[in-house]
Design a protein around this ligand. Structure first.
Ligand code: HEM
Ligand SMILES: *[C@@H]1O[C@H](CO)[C@@H](O)[C@H](O)[C@H]1NC(C)=O
Length: 503
């Protein structure tokens, strides 16, 4: 290696460190008025960022208890996050318009959209609307396909046997969920293609793994580092092999015949085209990237939720399991297997929602980037450029929001639905409200939640009617979740045991 190159490398690293420190210092000065959990000193805050990696839950809880009704800040490894507590401040975030607090810009900070997904994702997120509207409205007609995929995926991955079989929970579930989800998105035979499944599982991991590394570099180096580390080109190449031709044909037919033509498949590619993307958004690669991005939002979230639900089911008493089974049997005997009949499963919904509340998938939700200086309703001022968020886990475990919040009550929500006036809609898993933030809040609340909950219920119903399940070694406690930064993931190593249902 030549001396010149080493000098260049050393200068770049020095520049890199200095620019990081400088940026952190500027940022800190602007946030001085907001109380801090942990040290806000210059070096202390670096330690704080490191500490947050493994201790986010305690750090957030400390601030939540100490500053309830106000906002406080905590240090994450590469930035500060301002956490809003109490109904008024939470409402401020929920209600702020996009040009004041931006979901897209917060996501962009986290995953470096330009480098991981492509610059067009900064111009338009029309595909979010497609999920919210066309996809959701088509769930009824596509329900039987989704259910069929659940049946085949289970019989491939979890054979029904008289003796207990032991399987790694998360791996197995990921495959089942990816297949099922893609039966809706791209249909047969693609949803069963192992490389397509692997690509979609891996792409998410790569985006979330590499973006923080790109983030560590100062702005002027990010384009270079970004293009070196971007998983986009590779993912696209792989995806083109699978759905390139299908997408191309679909665009050609859409150009030629417009919306309605005989035998047009009713899938995500058609739903995207129905939104009529124009210009640079109407290329094959562009459409493929939208499909990959929707998979990114769907697969890991749904898999993690289903894993946690199964862990919780595995440790329930016979009486809880019987109650759930009885409900599923009576509903499906009366109404069959349809999207609507899954809506009648109140106890199943309650159980799943209680898992979402009790375990969840994140400490924080509704991250927004403040675009214009903002004053919260308690007078706390946050400067443009800050990231704000809502402490979902702390709220879901707060007596102000739930009776006995640290107790897992399988039928907490079905009882509330039955006993409260207007409770029937309010306490469903899909409905965000001032006590429940699993799917975020406001305009950006997850547009995929109608599908996610319907799919999860169908998965749970099939599991309970087909198998007995337990944890390996008959364990009666939930395997510890993995806490990393603000993410809460199901235990990766736990094994589930299945056998043919006996009673
Ligand atoms: C149990 C599974 C899921 C969970 C827990 C979940 C959770 C979330 C959360 C918390 C947000 C951000 C909301 C906010 O900041 O206020 C979100 C956004 C989003 N989710 Fe989901 N999600 C799930 C499944 C899905 C599925 C299946 C799809 C697609 C079919 C999907 C598509 C999206 C999209 C496109 C956004 C961005 C919405 C926007 O900015 O307007 N999600 N999701
Ligand atoms: C289902 O999707 C098709 C496009 O494939 C669309 O034309 C139709 O309006 C959707 N159905 C509903 C009920 O929205």
């Amino acid at each position: 290696m030549s001396g010149n190159f080493l000098v260049l490398l050393a200068s770049l690293s020095a520049l890199f460190v200095v620019s990081k420190l400088w940026r952190a210092r500027m940022e800190m000065a602007k946030l001085e008025g907001i109380p801090t959990v942990g040290s806000s000193g210059f070096w202390g805050s670096f330690w704080g960022g490191y500490h947050f990696v493994k201790h986010a839950r305690e750090v957030v809880k400390e601030g939540y208890d100490k500053y309830h009704g106000r906002a406080f800040k905590v240090r994450m490894p590469y930035r500060w996050v301002i956490i809003a507590t109490g109904p008024d401040l939470v409402n401020d975030i929920k209600r702020a318009p996009d040009d004041m607090m931006s979901f897209d810009e917060a996501v962009n900070d986290d995953i470096q959209v330009d480098h991981t997904l492509g610059k067009t994702f900064r111009t338009s997120n029309y595909h979010f609307n497609v999920v919210r509207s066309t996809l959701t409205r088509n769930l009824s007609v596509r329900f039987s396909d989704v259910r069929d995929e659940i049946l085949t995926a289970f019989s491939d991955e979890i054979p029904v046997s008289e003796d207990w079989i032991t399987l790694p929970a998360l791996d197995t579930i990921m495959k089942v969920v990816c297949r099922t989800t893609n039966r809706l998105f791209v249909g047969l035979p693609m949803c069963r293609e192992p490389d397509w499944i692997d690509l979609n599982i891996q792409f998410t991991v790569q985006v979330f793994g590499r973006a923080p590394i790109i983030n560590l570099f100062p702005g002027f180096l990010q384009p270079i580092v970004g293009s070196l580390l971007s998983p986009r080109a590779n993912a696209l190449k792989r995806a083109r092999r699978h759905i390139g031709n299908v997408v191309r044909e679909r665009v050609e037919k859409d150009d030629q015949y417009g919306r309605g033509w005989a035998d047009k498949p009713n899938d995500l590619i058609s739903w995207l085209l129905e939104e009529n993307p124009r210009g640079e958004l109407r290329t094959v690669d562009e459409l493929i990237m939208r499909v990959l991005n929707i998979n990114m939002a769907a697969i890991h979230t749904t898999s993690m939720s289903f894993s946690q639900i199964l862990y919780w089911l595995a440790i329930q008493s016979d009486s809880v399991i019987n109650e759930l089974r009885k409900e599923i049997e009576s509903v499906t005997e009366e109404h069959g297997w349809t999207k609507a009949s899954m809506g009648y499963l109140r106890k199943v919904d309650s159980f799943m929602k209680e898992v979402a509340r009790y375990t969840g998938i994140s400490e924080l939700t509704a991250e927004r980037k403040v675009l214009k200086d903002f004053t919260f309703s308690d007078g706390t001022r946050v400067p443009a450029g800050s990231i704000v968020s809502i402490p979902v886990f702390a709220m879901h475990h707060d007596e102000r929001h739930y009776d006995n919040p640290n107790q897992f009550k399988p039928f907490r929500f079905s009882e509330m639905r039955d006993s409260e006036e207007g409770g029937s809609i309010k306490h469903q898993m899909i409905t965000p409200n001032q006590d429940y933030f699993f799917f975020g809040t406001g305009r950006h609340a997850c547009p995929g939640r109608f599908f996610a909950v319907n799919e999860l219920k169908t998965l749970v119903a099939h599991t309970l009617l087909t198998y007995d399940i337990k944890l390996e070694g008959d364990a009666k406690v939930i395997p510890d979740p993995v806490l990393f930064l603000n993410a809460v993931s199901p235990n990766q190593d736990a094994k589930l045991m299945f056998r043919k249902r006996r009673v």
